[in-house]
Design a protein around this ligand. Structure first.
Ligand code: GLU
Ligand code: MG
Length: 466
């Protein structure tokens, strides 16, 4: 894959005009790391223009979910001085902060160089950016005259967390404390139960409109207090940005309503888990029929199979992106409309790569492996990058439902597969893969050292931060 093009520095006049249009007095510079958390700073209008963004300590690129600093990262790959890096804003993402007059938010990518002893060379902070990794994959599609259209479906639980016998325990959320009974058993697709949460969803949908997050609808899903939100199709980078922002506003607005919105992959072991399903189609530029995955007659094309075969070939190595925490492997192992093999086919919800019934211009493959806890940039980059490798290799897919295609069952096994994968290293670059693996191993070790990891780590930290 061609080298990464860093985001260009902002043009001061252009930035000034964009801030003026939005009436901005301050700008929130938001950076996505390997978690789903936005980290950054709110800076004054003039400082943002003077710096063309802002500074942020490089430490944020190496932190675990619980702000741990792995020895394998700090020193070997990241400066222990915590020196500043520069956050370069992507002005195309400037948007008003919902409900905050005079404040705008912008998505940024990091830049700044330092020596990585582990890699024996200087690396740039952008090599550790999931968003930059996705931009590189999108550029590879463009270089081949292709583009992708993607649409996510996000599931989330609305929950209360209480202490029971000194342990964290989850229950379904009450829309207003005392206003109604709790959901006692799953009320799948209940319009009435969804209606109880109307005030929450109205506020969420309004915030999403301000942030240009293209939602199309929501419903109660098939688990206790679980909901699903659907997105319209769009360009890969814009959609990953939208999901990144969505997870944050869903959590923030839930906090104002007095409950938790959680994207953790398996909050209840006896209920279905939380999926972050992504639908992918590919179009070629020019020509009468741009849709690569089907013929005008309605038959699927060979290319659709090649795209899937590319995914299947490297699914074990990509699992650490689709299932980034130990809890995510409970969703894979206790399969309930969630996949446990790198399988593919039509209309079956236990398949990893499902072809929903669709007309030829909407023919697509749904990647059902990612859980709600997945990083959207890494997930989309891995799926498109492996799909593109499949298009180049032009192999037919295999059914994938046998033992030979079972997925890694634990986070350590998935991390070993990622670390050993030449294809994933080529796709994401060695610095990103090595830092990611080291951070995840540190999280796994921290969790494993606890007497009751599910309660003390999953339900204490991950449930809120996934
Ligand atoms: N909740 C299921 C999962 O964990 C998916 C249910 C559905 O088909 O939407 O992926
Ligand atoms: Mg669903």
């Amino acid at each position: 894959m061609s080298p990464l093009q860093a985001l260009p520095a902002v043009d001061r006049a252009e930035a000034e005009a964009a801030l003026a249009r939005l009436g901005a007095r301050s700008v929130e510079c938001a950076l996505g790391d390997f978690t789903s958390l936005a980290r950054g700073k709110r800076v004054a209008h003039d400082d943002f223009l003077a710096l063309g963004g802002c500074k942020l300590p490089s430490v944020v690129l190496g932190l675990t979910l619980t702000a741990g600093e792995p020895d394998a990262v700090f020193g070997p790959m990241l400066p222990t001085s915590y020196c500043d890096m520069h956050l370069v804003p992507d002005l195309a993402t400037l948007a008003p902060r919902p409900g905050r007059a005079g404040e705008v938010t912008v998505l940024c990518e990091p830049t700044g160089r330092w020596w990585s002893a582990h890699h024996g060379r200087e690396i740039d902070a952008s090599e550790l950016s999931p968003r930059a990794a996705l931009r590189r994959v999108v550029a590879a599609f463009e270089a081949e005259g292709l583009q992708a259209l993607v649409a996510p479906e996000l599931e989330l639980f609305l929950l209360h967390r209480e202490e029971a016998g000194g342990k964290a325990a989850l229950t379904s959320a009450r829309a207003k404390p005392g206003a109604m009974a709790r959901e006692a058993a799953c009320e799948a697709f209940s319009l009435e139960r969804a209606g109880h949460f109307e005030a929450y969803f109205d506020e969420l949908f309004a915030a999403c409109e301000a942030l240009a997050i293209p939602l199309s609808g929501h419903a109660h899903e098939s688990a206790l207090s679980q909901f699903e939100v659907n997105f319209r199709p769009g360009a890969p980078l814009a959609q990953a940005d939208a999901v990144f922002r969505f997870k944050r506003v869903a959590r923030e607005i839930a906090a104002r309503h007095g409950f938790l919105a959680s994207f953790a992959a398996k909050p209840f072991l006896d209920q279905p888990g939380t999926g972050m399903h992504w639908h992918f189609s590919v179009q070629r530029r020019g020509g009468d029929w741009p849709h690569l995955f089907a013929h005008p007659s309605g038959d699927s094309s060979n290319e659709l199979g090649h795209f899937i075969a590319g995914l299947q070939a490297h699914t074990p190595a990509a699992m650490a992106f689709f299932a980034p925490y130990d809890m995510a492997y409970d969703r894979i192992a206790l399969s309930d409309a969630s996949p446990s093999h790198a399988s593919w086919g039509a209309e079956d919800r236990s398949l990893a790569f499902r072809i929903p019934t669709s007309g030829p211009s909407a023919r697509r493959v749904e990647n059902r492996l990612p859980g709600g806890d997945a990083n959207p940039y890494l997930t989309v980059a891995a799926t498109l990058g492996l799909g593109l490798a499949g298009l180049r290799a032009a192999q037919a897919p295999h059914p994938g439902a046998d033992d030979a295609h079972a997925l890694p069952r634990t986070l350590p096994a998935a991390l070993d597969a990622l670390e050993a994968s030449a294809t994933l290293r080529e796709l994401f670059g060695a610095p990103l893969v090595d830092a990611y693996v080291a951070i995840k191993r540190h999280e796994h070790a921290e969790r494993s050292a606890l007497a009751d990891p599910r309660h003390e780590w999953d339900l204490t930290h991950l449930i809120e931060l996934a």
